[in-house]
Design a protein around this ligand. Structure first.
Ligand code: CTP
Length: 398
């Protein structure tokens, strides 16, 4: 996997910079070509000569120095890199790249890079937990940059805290995982729906459900990571979408159905993770309903079942549904799989405390026509999404 892989290794000013020597060495041992770019403060911890000796390449440190008049170094490195690994990434360097600054060799080269970027933070625990860093990390995630989060461990400050850069061996293992997943859905057009639809009662009120959109957004991220071309059709959600997704914002079940229909025949995969309202008010009141009576009866009418309708028009799309159940999980899920003519179904029990609606975690069963394919533990929605993408990729052409 690393054979002839071009890795641009960015080193910023943290004591963890010494570990990046091992990282560079191990990457080279595995067959990668490594070019190092260092910030000024990184050079206070480790010398460029150390990296040059290991990588057999000149280290790029100074934007105004162009050793070869025929080339522009930062553009060359940016184009050359298959992967850009920022390790260690300090709080300051993270802030710079989150804002698109380009005021030294490292930040300028990174800003010119279109390829895969992975940030491996290293800092004091208070700096890692600072709202500004949290904001910056979220910005990077939304920009499609992968974060290999730090661990809790002994910090240079002399105490244990969360901010320690993960070890070089783990960085390589995670990179290996990332690369092996990155082509799973290459060139595939995937639609994922997310969130809970809203059915308007009057200009200020609506019926909805507890869905946060976390599952659908995590699937969109995992699909982007797997190389898919992703359209995210989202009911209102507080989450922000990865910049690499095509986001279509909708409100009601009818809006969502229209968006799915408009995109379905030019797609390869549809994943309906949205919690679509099953009913909407029969009559929409143009004016705010006044509280004149002690009881108010709302008449509701059934919405279209988007999945059931869309699979009637299916050619060779792979269609995945979700089943949110409070009882008879597997039996109900199998029925939905059949009635909605799905290729796969992700079933979850929504009564759990730490799983389901609004939670960061879930526990699901992946089901197809042969029965239960597999069952997860209580895991992050991010992890479950990766598993789902892997399962789809194994089945899509079969
Ligand atoms: N779904 C849909 N259109 C609807 C309702 C649901 O496409 N009007 C999709 C959901 O996005 C999900 C799957 O159907 O992928 C199952 O949704 P769920 O709420 O579990 O089941 P329902 O079909 O609504 O049935 P019930 O509420 O009776 O369990």
């Amino acid at each position: 996997m690393f054979k002839n892989l071009n890795v641009a290794l960015y080193v910023s000013g943290s004591i963890a910079a010494y570990k990046s020597l091992t990282l560079a060495r191990n990457l080279i041992k595995k067959g990668a070509n490594v070019r190092v770019i260092m910030t000024d403060s990184a050079q206070l911890f480790v010398t460029p000569l150390a990296f040059q000796t290991l990588t057999k390449n000149k280290v790029f440190t100074n934007i105004s120095e162009e050793p070869d008049e025929k080339e522009i170094t930062h553009i060359n490195i940016a184009k050359w890199a298959d992967v850009s690994l920022i390790a260690p990434a300090t709080a300051n360097f993270i802030a710079k790249i989150a804002n698109g600054n380009a005021d030294d060799a490292a930040s300028t080269t990174l800003l010119a890079t279109n390829g895969k970027k992975i940030v491996v933070p290293a800092m004091n625990d208070n700096m890692w937990n600072n709202p500004a860093t949290i904001r910056n990390i979220n910005t990077l995630k939304n920009d499609g940059i992968t974060i290999f989060s730090p661990t809790k461990g002994y910090l240079a400050e002399g105490y244990s805290g969360n901010g320690r850069m993960i070890e070089p061996e783990l960085i390589i293992k995670k990179l290996e995982n990332k690369l092996s997943n990155s082509n799973l859905l290459k060139g595939r057009r995937l639609i994922v729906t997310a969130g809970g639809t809203r059915e308007a009662i009057d200009p200020v009120r609506y019926i909805s459900n507890k869905s946060s959109g976390k599952m659908g957004y995590a699937i969109a991220d995992a699909a982007i990571d797997a190389g898919a071309d992703v359209t995210l059709i989202s009911a209102p959600s507080k989450l922000s979408a990865n910049n690499k997704t095509k986001l279509i914002s909708v409100n009601s079940a009818a809006d969502m159905e229209k968006a799915v229909r408009n995109n379905f025949n030019k797609s390869d995969i549809l994943i309906m993770a949205a919690a679509v309202s099953d009913y909407r008010p029969l009559i929409y009141s143009n004016q705010k309903i006044k509280k004149n009576d002690d009881n108010l009866i709302l008449n509701l009418s059934k919405t279209n079942d988007i999945l059931k309708e869309i699979t009637k028009t299916k050619s060779n799309q792979f269609v995945v549904g979700f089943a949110a159940e409070t009882q008879n999980l597997i039996e109900n899920a199998k029925n939905k799989l059949k009635h909605k003519n799905l290729d796969m179904l992700v079933a979850n029990d929504v009564t759990g405390n730490n799983t389901g609606f609004n939670s960061d975690n879930n526990k699901v069963y992946f089901i197809d026509h042969t029965g239960i394919i597999s069952e997860t533990d209580i895991e992050s929605k991010k992890n479950i999404s990766k598993k789902l993408i892997k399962l789809i990729s194994e089945r899509i052409d079969k």
